[in-house]
Write a protein that binds this ligand. Structure first.
Ligand SMILES: Cc1cc2nc3c(=O)[nH]c(=O)nc-3n(C[C@H](O)[C@H](O)[C@H](O)COP(=O)(O)OP(=O)(O)OC[C@H]3O[C@@H](n4cnc5c(N)ncnc54)[C@H](O)[C@@H]3O)c2cc1C
Length: 453
């Protein structure tokens, strides 16, 4: 019997497996994808707090070397984006990949105009499939058993262990199980969720618009939504607020995509060279608890929301960092009740991200009331304190673990750099740190301050 089964070898599952191996526990990862096939790709933004975490684990350099997405582009625009109608979008596109852009709120750019945000480090754009490779290598080097082509059909908490059934008919057991199987996984089925129905849908497609020139390359805000049209052949992104079919699941056919393109563009356009499309919604879902007995959730399995603002992968990796050392501690003999602290600590950040993404969906609507709200928010964003607050939030820098009200103000905050130096590759328990000028701190393996003497 393994100590831990991790279901799902996406970024969160693999990073968690490496974390658990640091604690010396036996880990198997069951991943449905066949060996050698790439994980879901696409460019993703890693935020400052996540980069700090990767640096603590010695993973920042490998990620930079193998996963960094060079020549950062805005949703596929690799050359001149052509017509960009609204000024806020034009400014966002013009600054994409530049150090003065510190994130965006519903595509309202958070720009460091006069050095007021210059102390905020930049996010790092990475290719998610390459990131997964880096994490898989690390998990493998550390001794995790990675089993590809292993689809989990069912998991059952049997009180003193967890039973796992795979699609090939084999049965397995472990002391603990963590569902890192993403938004469509099976492990979450025994959990209750807070859920908000989708109100916005994004279609991403590879295709050329016909007749050529009917919808010009560029970014367009129309009465029906937003469109990002690349020069053919290139990516087309159609964002439709309040869509007719936001709840539709399954593959997106060429006809589905053309329908959406017509609704949003207000034209009779069709497409050629259709290379497939995906549909992403802002369906928001958050587990009420991250643990049921011996089964836990992390990453998209626990929280799902729209990708607007680039947060899901980031908070998922930070879930793994918050869970790994605790679960290793419980396997080594700590009270299992400490695992409830994992969800208690991690849920508020996910809740905030869900709320922020829903707010961004509202700001992307194109009806006159929402457009007026967007104009107002665009003005407010330029207030330096507001801009800083939002930029820090998007960078994950405002994330802290909840502390008791009577605690020292440093408790629950991320440790300053000199204290983080005490975290080594072998740190799997909170460590005491004494630094000149600072009170004696106890710093956790995920970088947060546990207590102050
Ligand atoms: C268009 C887009 C842009 C995004 N941009 C950003 C961004 O810029 N920044 C950001 O932080 N986030 C972004 N995200 C979100 C990010 O991609 C996800 O939050 C992240 O992939 C979650 O990782 P995960 O490991 O939890 O789940 P997943 O990546 O979904 O991995 C789950 C894994 O589990 C496997 N699996 C599923 N079911 C089973 C089963 N039954 N048995 C075995 N294996 C199973 C799957 O094959 C998969 O490998 C974006 C998402 C999209 C769609």
């Amino acid at each position: 019997m393994w100590d831990v089964v991790v279901v799902g070898g996406g970024p969160v599952g693999l990073f968690l497996a490496a974390e658990l191996r640091r604690g010396g526990v036996s880990v198997v990862v069951f991943e449905r994808r066949a060996a050698g096939t790439p994980a879901a790709g696409g460019d993703r933004a890693l935020q400052v707090r996540t980069l700090q975490l990767l640096a603590l684990r010695g993973l920042l350099d490998p990620v930079r070397q193998r996963a960094a997405a060079t020549g950062g582009s805005f949703v596929g625009f690799t050359a001149d984006p052509g017509d960009v109608a609204p000024p806020d979008l034009a400014e966002l596109v013009a600054n994409w990949g530049a150090s003065r852009l510190k994130g965006h709120l519903a595509m309202l750019p958070l720009i460091d105009r006069d050095g007021e945000l210059s102390d905020l480090p930049n996010q790092l754009a990475v290719w998610q499939d390459k990131l997964v490779e880096v994490f898989a290598d690390r998990a493998h080097e550390q001794g995790a058993d990675l089993r590809y082509g292993s689809e989990v059909l069912a998991v059952t908490d049997r009180g003193d262990h967890v039973g796992v059934r795979l699609a090939d008919g084999s049965e397995h057991s472990a002391r603990w199980l963590v569902g890192c199987d993403g938004g469509q996984g099976v492990v979450r089925h025994g959990f209750a969720f807070d859920s908000t129905a989708p109100g916005l849908v994004v279609y991403l497609a590879g295709a050329s618009i016909e007749p050529a020139g009917l919808v010009r390359p560029g970014l367009h805000r129309t009465a029906g939504g937003l469109m990002f049209i690349n020069e053919p052949p290139g990516e087309l992104v159609v964002i439709e607020p309040d869509p007719a079919d936001a709840v539709t699941r399954g593959p997106v056919s060429e006809a589905d995509f053309v329908d959406a393109l017509r609704r949003v563009s207000g034209t009779e356009a069709t497409v050629s060279a259709f290379a497939g499309a995906v549909r992403v919604t802002d369906h928001a879902r958050l587990a009420l608890d991250y643990r049921h007995g011996r089964i836990l959730l992390a990453g998209d399995a626990a929280h799902l929301h729209s990708p607007m603002g680039g947060q899901g992968l980031n908070i998922g990796l930070r879930d793994a960092a918050g869970l790994g050392w605790r679960l290793a501690g419980v396997i080594a003999g700590d009270d299992a009740a400490t695992l409830d602290d994992y969800g208690r600590e991690r849920r508020p950040e996910a809740q905030r991200v869900l709320r922020d993404t829903l707010a961004q969906s509202a700001l992307l609507r194109t009806d006159p009331h929402s457009a007026a709200l967007r104009d107002l928010v665009a003005e407010l964003v330029e207030i330096p304190e507001v801009k800083r607050r939002l930029a820090e939030r998007m960078a994950g820098l405002s994330s802290a673990i909840p502390a008791r009200p009577d605690s020292h103000p440093l408790v629950g905050t991320f440790a300053p750099a000199p204290a983080l130096a005490a975290i080594t590759a072998d740190t799997i328990r909170p460590v005491p740190v004494r630094i000149d000028g600072l009170p004696a701190l106890v710093v956790r393996p995920d970088g947060y301050i546990e207590s102050v003497a």
